[in-house]
Design a binder for this molecule. Structure first.
Ligand code: AMP
Ligand code: ZN
Length: 436
């Protein structure tokens, strides 16, 4: 039974798959050439026309694209179509104040939806399922991304978005949710809150969880599966490559199929940036083959993984990537939200009362992550009226929330109280352990 129109794309043999990739790449190159940024870059390596791409290997001539390139071209420098053709944008944290923005035309969205529908099918979801989408709806791609695929598949969709755990539990319970989509850390929190609510797990119908947006270990997956008595499937995506459904596990749970008809995969040495063979761990570099409004070529994801050699028992031909094993940069993921330490520093530097030293702590409180910003402040601030101190804390808290979308705990310290290193300052202390 064909559940969605492009099912055959999942089973193409290598030759047919690569022919399709080249065809799609040429279209994306045509779009990229319409932007000043890429036309300069592509012309610089002799690509002036899509037909200058004679084979997939020609991709290697093109320089990598980074988050900084997206920031430098903010807001519209990478837009390849008329603004009227854009129907949606999404955004993710940049390394500093400016987010990285992605645009989608109607056709781009429909091609992305095809991938999310396919990913849901790969995990065994179907029209009879009740799908509760606990990922945040908004600029973050996690919520809306899977939403439309689930609707297209005919699932009963509960767009509950992130947070408000009591309401999530009530919805799950009363509407017989069978599939949930959440971050792994939220799944643990959800479980602890269900236990606290006193509702017996036997009154819930949940069978599957789709977990992603943040690093987690195989042990953590198994813990979620055992606690709920369900199957949990790893889902990987990033906004620069549309969002969720870049790579998804199938029912065999042996790595995530990276949908190669939609993305060209490269794994490169994390330092030399040279290509690595299947099985070797390096940085994942991706080219989006299906989005025309925001073409992105050879994007350095900064995520470390490897291609799992061999084929999958499900018969799908898209190669699989292993669960993400870390990042090559300092990006933190706090309860699914990306935070760069540089964003925090930028805010601190604008506070005149700030002293010379600060530290960022990340801890677990129960099952959730907490972010603590410790800051040395001028002695006068600490001896002053406590109301001023509270006001300063609130001001800093608000500024941080505006920049990183998280309200961290703020601690003030006297000058000289925070540890100082002789060499490179250690600004971030991540005490969560065992994320990968
Ligand atoms: P965003 O663009 O805000 O969606 O963030 C994308 C980043 O989240 C990726 O580059 C990864 O670092 C991280 N991420 C997303 N899904 C996963 C996953 N399943 N496992 C580990 N990290 C993930
Ligand atoms: Zn498979």
């Amino acid at each position: 039974m064909i559940l969605y129109e492009q099912e055959e794309l999942e089973y193409l043999d290598r030759r047919a798959l690569e022919a399709l990739q080249l065809l799609r790449l040429k279209k994306v190159i045509a779009c990229a050439l319409a932007t000043p940024f890429y036309s300069e870059r592509l012309n610089g390596v002799g690509i002036k026309h899509p037909e200058d791409m004679s084979c997939l290997e020609d991709l290697q001539k093109i320089p990598f694209t980074t988050k900084d390139d997206l920031r430098d071209t903010y807001p519209f420098g990478l837009l390849a179509v008329d603004k009227e053709a854009v129907v949606r944008m999404h955004a993710s944290s940049g390394t500093t104040g400016k987010p990285t923005v992605i645009y989608y035309s109607r056709e781009d969205l429909s091609r992305w939806t095809q991938l999310t529908t396919r990913s849901l099918i790969a995990t065994g979801c179907g029209p009879k399922d009740v799908f509760q989408n606990m990922m945040t709806y908004g600029l973050f791609t996690g919520g809306l991304g899977l939403h439309y695929g689930a609707e297209d598949l005919g699932m009963f969709v509960i767009p509950s978005s992130g947070g408000n755990t009591k309401r999530q539990i009530q919805l799950m319970h009363d509407f017989g949710t069978t599939v949930v989509h959440a971050t792994p850390s939220y799944m643990l929190h959800l479980h602890s809150q269900i236990v606290e609510s006193g509702l017996p797990l036997s009154e819930f119908k949940v069978k599957k969880a789709l977990i992603g947006a943040e690093p987690h270990s195989e042990d953590l997956r198994q813990k979620i599966e055992t606690l709920f008595g369900i199957d949990a499937y790893n889902s990987y995506g990033l906004s620069e490559m549309n969002g969720p459904s870049v790579a998804f596990e199938c029912i065999h749970k042996k790595g995530m199929h990276l949908w190669e008809d939609a993305y060209c995969i490269e794994i490169v040495d994390r330092n030399k940036l040279t290509p690595l063979a299947d099985g070797e761990v390096g940085e994942l570099v991706l080219t989006n083959l299906i989005r025309h409004a925001s073409p992105i070529l050879r994007y350095r994801t900064k995520d470390l993984t490897r291609i799992i050699p061999g084929s999958c028992d499900c018969g799908r031909t898209a190669r699989r990537v292993d669960r993400m094993m870390g990042r090559t940069d300092d990006m933190l993921i706090i309860n699914g939200v990306n935070v760069f330490p540089s964003q925090i520093e930028e805010v601190i530097m604008k506070i005149p009362e700030a002293g010379n030293n600060y530290r960022i702590l990340v801890r677990k409180k129960g099952t959730l992550d907490v972010l603590i910003v410790q800051l040395e402040v001028a002695p006068a601030v600490l001896t002053d009226d406590t109301r001023d101190l509270y006001a300063l804390k609130a001001r800093l808290g608000d500024a941080l929330k505006a920049s990183i979308s998280i309200n961290p705990a703020v601690e003030f310290h006297e000058p000289g109280q925070l540890p100082v290193q002789e060499g490179k300052a250690i600004r971030v202390v991540d005490e969560r352990g065992n994320l990968y």
